[in-house]
Design a protein around this ligand. Structure first.
Ligand code: DGT
Ligand code: CA
Ligand code: CA
Length: 539
């Protein structure tokens, strides 16, 4: 699929036409065709191969002129009209025009007055305080331009996933056709489906590694060979994308695939698990001394750590978040910390979510082993209360967790009677340990739901469900007065930070303050207790 690439070509032409001035409908026509091509499910190159220009013209918005340009591009990798335009208007100016806050008019002024032809020139001019002197620009605009350049620079070094993906697929297909290849796969950020990729990483096994390297560097798409070794090479293919290849030993296929898929932090995390077991983990395998523990399959690598195979898309930063949170809890001197991710909303397929939760538990189990004696991580969930008071996870899943927080995140406008009935039903669920942010109010943006809190407190006292004093800045819910009422009704309470990032654990002091306003003492606050007693309460 080269649709994204072809669309980009048309967008570029549209931009240049716009800079040029003239008929303002032409750029619109190019953009419309670009959008169609971008969105259509069929491969534009395939259509073109099958039916040439006439077939292209059947695509919505593609007229004679545009079809001719797409045809030339697919045949020659270049387009006369674009070459002409860039002779007249520096190509780099298109990027200037696309900077946030600029546009064809302003870019054109910058070019004509200061001779700016690309972003580099513009940066120099802005840093040299030349922009502010231009009529209609000023100091503020100059600063905005510098901010926009920074944003641009961050985005520039990377290629959109949709552009790189089909190129990577073609590379793999090409290699299979042109060299003796046993296994071939794409690794790196592309396999992790990151929205942009720095380069394309290809892995293969082959009985004849030099032949595989020769095929790779000899691909028609290659514009430049940066490096060609015995078992690895780097090339630049069209659209200025870098591609790396590595030929792996069959016995190291799984380890290499895992290693070169990354991301780096995920790898570092796995390596720390290996070190904790006295093993060594690298791109060749897991080793205990000389003995190879795993390496030929990726599943085997994860299984060695007692982990399920983790889908590449999830090898991003979930582990980091978890670790950062736990580290922050250790730094605060906590004996234990509860991690409770949200339950799936109704729309998401149940199976997958149960799977994700299982993986989450496995990660925490591994981390607990590693941290034995330092802190204990409890695996919980913040489970949505559905219509009618059912919980978003079935009992078989909740049973496996250390604790369950239940809370309302939908249907805020039920009548008091309906809402109370819904919540009380949820609290009766034997797995419901804590009822979070009971009134659901958000300070400054959402009123409390209509809920008979007295009835809810009575139900909570009966079912042994703790009510939450939520320390999150705009929640602070229950507040002091309600917390006191809950205490008088014989309820237990839990002071939680509702942290979604480790920096938020520090909000605990505000929750403690609220609880004190409600005359609470440690004996009524379950997370003031030692771990054994808390576990007993949750059971
Ligand atoms: P990218 O290309 O910037 O979009 O991101 P990646 O993740 O594809 O990074 P890349 O191509 O530099 O390397 C591919 C994978 O190889 C990377 O995700 C993890 C692994 N890797 C590369 N360098 C190191 C390293 O120094 N240490 C560790 N542990 N892993 C590395
Ligand atoms: Ca990469
Ligand atoms: Ca790479």
């Amino acid at each position: 699929m080269r649709n994204a690439e072809v669309a980009q070509l048309l967008y570029d032409i549209a931009d240049l036409l716009e800079m040029q001035g003239g008929d303002r409908f032409r750029p619109m026509a190019y953009r419309r065709a670009a959008r169609e091509i971008e969105a259509m499910p069929e491969d534009i190159e395939k259509l073109w191969r099958q039916g040439g220009v006439p077939r292209l013209r059947q695509v919505q918005g593609v007229g004679e002129a545009i079809a001719a340009k797409v045809d030339q591009y697919l045949r020659e990798g270049r387009v006369n009209a674009l070459d002409e335009l860039t002779k007249e208007i520096p190509r780099g100016l298109v990027e200037v025009m696309k900077l946030r806050g600029l546009g064809p008019k302003r870019a054109s002024v910058l070019w004509r007055t200061l001779g700016i032809t690309d972003v580099k020139d513009l940066k120099k001019a802005a840093e040299g305080r030349q922009i502010r002197r231009l009529k209609g620009f000023g100091e503020k605009t100059e600063q905005k331009i510098l901010d926009a350049i920074k944003l641009h620079e961050e985005g520039q070094a990377r290629t959109l996933l949709a552009v790189a993906f089909p190129i990577a697929e073609e590379i793999v297909a090409y290699l299979r056709d042109h060299a003796p290849i046993d296994k071939a796969a794409v690794a790196g950020s592309l396999r992790r489906m990151r929205e942009t990729v720095g380069d394309i990483d290809v892995l293969v096994t082959s009985p004849d590694p030099p032949a595989a390297i020769r095929a790779f560097t000899g691909m028609p798409r290659v514009k430049e060979v940066v490096l060609a070794g015995e078992t690895k090479a780097t090339v630049i293919v069209e659209a200025r994308i870098q591609a790396d290849i590595r030929v792996l030993e069959p016995g190291s296929w799984g380890a290499g695939l895992q290693y070169f898929t990354g991301n780096k932090d995920h790898n570092i995390h796995l390596r720390s698990l290996a070190i904790a077991r006295g093993w060594k983990l690298d791109e060749y395998g897991i080793f205990e001394g000389e003995r190879k523990v795993a390496g030929d399959t990726e599943e085997g690598i994860y299984a060695a750590f007692g982990l399920p195979w983790i889908p590449p898309e999830l090898r991003e930063d979930g582990v980091d978040d978890l670790e950062a949170m736990v580290r922050a809890a250790v730094e605060r001197g906590y004996e234990y910390v509860g991690i409770s991710d949200h339950s799936p909303s109704l729309v998401v397929a149940k199976g997958l979510d149960a799977e994700a939760l299982r993986m989450h538990r496995a990660r925490i189990r591994a981390l607990n082993k590693q941290l034995e004696g330092t802190i204990t991580i409890l695996t919980g969930t913040e489970c949505d209360i559905l219509d009618g008071g059912a919980l978003d996870y079935p009992d078989e899943i909740l049973r496996e967790l250390d604790y369950t927080i239940v809370s309302v995140h939908s249907k805020f406008s039920l009548t008091e009677e309906e809402q109370t009935e819904r919540v009380v039903t949820a609290l009766r669920n034997p797995y419901a340990n804590i009822f979070a942010h009971p009134t659901t109010r958000l300070l400054g943006s959402r009123d409390p739901i209509a809920l008979d809190l007295e009835a809810v407190m009575d139900a909570a006292a009966r079912s042994g469900t703790a009510l939450e004093v939520n320390a999150y800045p705009n929640r602070m819910d229950l507040n002091g007065a309600y917390a006191r009422m809950a205490k008088e009704k014989g309820c237990m309470l839990a002071i939680d930070t509702d942290s979604h990032a480790h920096g938020q654990l520090g909000n605990m002091r505000f929750g403690v303050g609220l609880a004190r306003r409600g005359w609470l003492e440690p004996d009524q606050v379950v997370n003031c207790w030692q771990l054994d007693r808390v576990r007993g309460f949750f059971r």
